[in-house]
Design a protein around this ligand. Structure first.
Ligand code: SF4
Ligand code: FES
Length: 296
């Protein structure tokens, strides 16, 4: 069994290979493409879905989102899509493009092989309509991780009150929270997450266990555990140390492969586990959790 560092290297190799597959595919210049769009209005009560095919004129710079917006503007106004920034920053336009979770605004049609592009909604999310899915549960998992710094000395109000009461030696603990570049490096890549949900969609465990927080939420938990300004590590580890938590990940690493922002959620989960093992020094408990009935 490779150790953690070995696994991280394997993951990096897999990730590089995937990037080559996507980005190294032949760049094709075509005048038009066919776009196959998943259609179903679940809110209205549709039980069956179908695909509508649209012919879209394209240039080399056309993205899949541009193509969908063309279809919506000129061919069928009823196509439902979600988007906002059009620059891979807001995380709204996630969908499966040719079967792989991607951002539509960050995927250029010239990088995709074939003359037909198929767009389907993200897996593992409740469906709403066409390419739009419901992110409530995903955001709830994110909120469960308490994605903010816990530090009693960060409260300005408290600072004022305590400063008035306590002696000078205590006051030295207040003020700016300084971090070295090394401190920052421990969590920086995880803070680039835009909550697009692509990793959650690619995760087989998230599809099988609704209580599993998913790669995005767990990577964010690691982001705060690794932040030197945060001092609620015990409470944080308690949140993920259970049979539906961090131990549920089987390390397929598909989350890291699809992330458009270079975040490596799978690495975050492994580091969180390592931290938990080192912190609790309770391997027996971990073995018990692995053997416990996961349906509980
Ligand atoms: S970790 Fe990456 S794929 Fe997952 S939600 Fe964040 S940005 Fe999207
Ligand atoms: S529209 Fe904002 S990420 Fe694609």
């Amino acid at each position: 069994m490779p150790n953690l560092i070995g696994k991280i290297k394997m993951l990096t190799r897999a990730r590089q290979t995937h990037i080559r597959i996507i980005e190294g595919s032949k760049i094709t210049t075509r005048d038009k493409i066919l776009i196959n769009v998943f259609r179903k209005n679940t809110v209205r009560g549709d039980t069956e879905h179908h695909y509508d095919k649209f012919e879209i004129p394209v240039r080399r710079s056309t993205t899949v989102l541009d193509a969908l917006l063309y279809a919506k503007s000129y061919l069928d106004r009823s196509v439902a899509i979600r988007y906002s920034c059009r620059m891979a920053s807001c995380g709204s336009c996630g969908m499966k493009i040719n079967g792989i979770p991607r951002l539509a605004c960050y995927t250029n049609v010239s990088q995709l092989e074939g003359d037909t592009i198929t767009c389907t909604p993200l897996s593992n999310f409740p469906h709403i309509r066409d390419l739009v899915t419901d992110f409530s549960q995903f955001f709830d998992h994110h909120k469960d991780m308490q994605p903010f710094i816990h530090n009693e000395f960060a409260d300005i109000q408290l600072k004022t009150e305590i400063t008035q009461k306590e002696d000078d030696s205590k006051n030295k603990e207040f003020g700016e929270f300084k971090q070295t570049p090394k401190d920052l490096d421990k969590y920086l890549q995880f803070s680039y997450c835009i909550k697009c949900g692509l990793c959650y969609s690619a995760c087989p465990t998230a599809g099988a266990d609704l209580k599993f927080p998913g790669p995005q939420a767990l990577a964010q938990m690691y982001r705060y555990v690794a932040d030197s300004r945060d001092n609620a590590i015990n409470e944080r580890l308690d949140i993920v140390d259970n049979q539906h938590g961090v131990w549920r990940c089987h390390f397929p690493s598909s989350c890291s492969v699809v992330c458009p922002k270079g975040v490596d959620p799978s690495l975050g989960i492994q580091l969180l586990r390592r931290h938990l093992v080192g912190f609790s020094k309770n391997e027996k408990k971990i073995a018990e959790l692995f053997n416990k009935d996961l349906q509980e």
